[in-house]
Write a protein that binds this ligand. Structure first.
Ligand code: GLN
Length: 308
């Protein structure tokens, strides 16, 4: 990557690992509770270069990181205005599955909290769950440059069986006419999108496509229109870390999205894509060691987009 060596990156990972003991692995989705708390890995992609430390090929599920992909799909299909009529782009002050803050002017505050993400998934067009899921998988595979990406079915069914709050959110959204159709069908698709299995290398490559205005760095093909990449990245900066987005902007300063599996995807526009996995979570449901690692890296490499 030029300004940081593999050894230096491995040292940062080792130092950040110590924070893992202060956090907790997510267990409200039963299948996630078997993760090893001390795991911590990172991959960074810039152009065709990759730098990594830890176990960058270890698989984990996208969880909420999938929300940026479904948001990209509906923005690309429908355009910003129709999507914005149903889901805002304002930061929230509560956790990802907030019920009370799911509305601002009668619509979910943003597509990164569950209420907004469920509304977005409901906007994906297609004949049935299989066709809609294929759209999501096609996008993930293209962005990651990895045609082997699949859904981890046992994580998907584990969440489906226990998704009581998400189901409640769906019924609230239905009562406001923000979503239509069968709630269990939507929950099935949503749980599968969250259970898409990737590695840090995949995450970093997905992030790099966003950093690269939607263009594939190997083929120069447009995967997403640059306007979609811009809206997704902006929304990540404002809302990607939920109620911690402001603090994260101050201390790290790059658009990012977290997932309860311990995934963090971070975009350094025009420069770099970063993928991190560390399953021990802090009180904001963000990877505790991953957040620390990203903060150290951002300060070391001056990654903040808010200062040149
Ligand atoms: N699948 C998870 C849920 O809906 C995603 C939440 C997250 O990663 N923050 O609860």
């Amino acid at each position: 990557m030029g300004y940081i060596s593999e050894t230096e990156l491995s040292d940062l990972v080792e130092q950040a690992k110590d924070y893992a003991s202060e956090g907790k692995v997510a267990d409200y989705i039963p299948a996630l509770k078997y993760a090893n708390k001390r795991d911590l890995s990172i991959a960074m992609v810039s152009g065709n270069d990759m730098l990594a430390a830890g176990a960058p090929e270890q698989p984990f599920t996208l969880q909420s990181v999938s929300k940026i992909l479904t948001f990209a799909i509906v923005l690309d299909d429908l355009g910003f205005d129709p999507v914005y009529q149903k889901v805002g782009v304002e930061p929230s002050t509560k956790s990802f599955n907030t019920v009370t803050e799911s509305y601002n002017h009668n619509k979910p505050l943003n597509p990164m909290i569950n209420a907004g993400a469920l509304a977005v998934t409901n906007m994906i067009s297609g004949k049935g769950t299989a066709e809609k899921l294929e759209k999501i998988l096609t996008l993930v595979r293209r962005m990651a440059g990895n045609p082997a990406i699949e859904v981890n079915s046992s994580v998907a069914s584990s969440e489906f069986e226990t998704a009581h709050v998400n189901r409640a959110l769906c019924y609230l959204l239905k009562s406001k006419d923000i979503i239509t159709g069968d709630v269990d069908e939507l929950m099935d698709l949503y749980c599968r999108q969250c259970a898409i299995e990737v590695s840090c290398q995949d995450l970093a490559r997905i992030a790099y496509v966003l950093a690269n205005n939607g263009v594939d760095p190997d083929t120069n093909e447009e995967i997403l229109p640059s306007s979609v990449a811009r809206i997704v990245t902006t929304t990540m900066a404002m809302c990607g870390m939920y109620n911690a987005s402001g603090e994260f902007a101050v201390n790290v300063g790059v658009p990012a999205k977290s997932g309860v599996s311990g995934a963090i995807l971070a975009v350094v526009p025009g420069k770099m894509g970063i993928g991190i996995y560390g399953p021990s979570l802090d009180a904001d449901s963000i990877s505790i060691a991953g957040r620390q690692l990203l903060q150290q890296l951002a300060s070391r490499l001056k990654l903040s987009i808010f200062q040149t």
